[in-house]
Design a protein around this ligand. Structure first.
Ligand SMILES: Cc1ncc(C[n+]2csc(CCOP(=O)(O)OP(=O)(O)O)c2C)c(N)n1
Length: 322
């Protein structure tokens, strides 16, 4: 049974993701981010709800929209923003940017610009945990666009036949760049595909952190106990453009975006906290201010950080032992 502290932890995490993303969007406009920047605004409940069940030694494999996953798995706002600014203090030492965030020390095994293969990498990590007879769990986050990729089929099938401790988390935000899922998919359901592989397939409201948390909890427990993988479909929506700097209303309407903003996952949790009498307005505002100060500090830290030394450009390109 979740208590006040759990709900406030979700709130703080979701606000941290939101504020970091808004700061990064602004920084992108200011020319502070040399690479691409795909924000996670609107989808925060998924990362917060799933990662709350993961231990530091569990691993996640993320996507091009991975800032929220990184933060929820334990990367700090300083390390995230510095990485996007290309600075030596970033989690990948300024060498990766948004789509190559790595922090194996907290179980973030990478974000990626390639849609799909992280599903296979998560299955591979699950296979290694199984061989090692450990109770660690691996998770892949991916969008609805990845579901049409062969890697999805191969990863889920492998995880099924070998009963791997993997959580496949599809964040169905209904568009792959500008292509609607309803156009690109022969079946309207991602969760229903689980059955085709002999895996439990569960659909949840991805804007409801409590629903995501409950479904992910069952899946993680099953995986830890040797019961195998689960496919979780979280129905959600991104309310910013596919990537910063891209136009937004050629493929979807302003009305549709506004309707989804009304279903914002953070506002929803705020309402739940207030209605249940678990927190007052003042308590929530205090958290908002703390988060704002933390993100301000992170942005200042990132901007003041040094660039990577050019003399180290070839470091880590080849294995040290070669
Ligand atoms: C293998 C591969 N094919 C195509 C692309 C181009 N691409 C970049 S993002 C994207 C859409 C991905 O949509 P989805 O998986 O639903 O994630 P979302 O952007 O909605 O979070 C595509 C097709 C790519 N990066 N990799």
């Amino acid at each position: 049974m979740l208590g006040k502290d759990d709900l406030l932890r979700f709130y703080r995490m979701m606000q941290t993701i939101r504020r970091c993303e808004e700061r990064l969007a602004k920084a992108h406009q200011q020319g502070l981010i040399p690479g691409a920047c795909h924000t996670y605004v609107g989808q925060e409940a998924v990362a917060a709800g799933v990662c709350a069940h993961l231990r530091k030694d569990d691993v996640i494999f993320s996507t091009h929209r991975g800032h929220g996953h990184a933060l929820a798995k334990g990367v700090s706002p300083r390390e995230l923003i510095a990485e996007l600014f290309g600075r030596a203090t970033g989690c990948s030492r300024g060498r990766g940017g948004s789509m190559h965030l790595f922090a194996p020390e907290v179980g973030l095994m990478g974000t990626t610009g390639i849609v799909g293969p992280n599903i296979l990498q998560a299955a591979g990590a699950g296979y290694s945990f199984k061989l090692l007879r450990s109770d660690r769990v691996s998770a892949a986050f991916f969008g609805d666009g990845a579901v049409q990729n062969g890697a999805f089929h191969e990863g889920l099938n492998m995880a099924s036949i070998w009963k791997l401790p993997v959580l496949f988390v599809c964040e169905n935000n209904q568009y792959a760049t500008e292509v609607p899922f309803r156009y690109a998919s022969g079946s309207p359901s991602v969760a229903a595909r689980g059955q085709a592989y002999g895996l439990p397939g569960v659909e949840v409201d991805g804007n409801d952190v409590l629903a995501v948390h409950a479904a992910a909890g069952e899946a993680v427990e099953r995986a830890r106990k040797g019961g195998g993988a689960t496919l979780l479909e979280c129905k959600t929506y991104r309310t910013r453009p596919h990537a910063e700097g891209m136009a937004d209303f050629g493929y979807r309407s302003r009305e549709e975006v506004e309707a989804w903003k009304a279903r914002d996952p953070i506002l929803r949790l705020q309402r739940q906290l207030l209605e249940k009498g678990l927190a007052g307005e003042a308590e929530l505002r205090a958290i908002d201010q703390e988060v704002e100060a933390m993100v301000d500090d992170a942005a200042r830290f990132a901007e003041a950080s040094p660039w990577p030394d050019p003399a180290t450009a070839a470091d880590h390109v080849y294995s040290e032992s070669c």
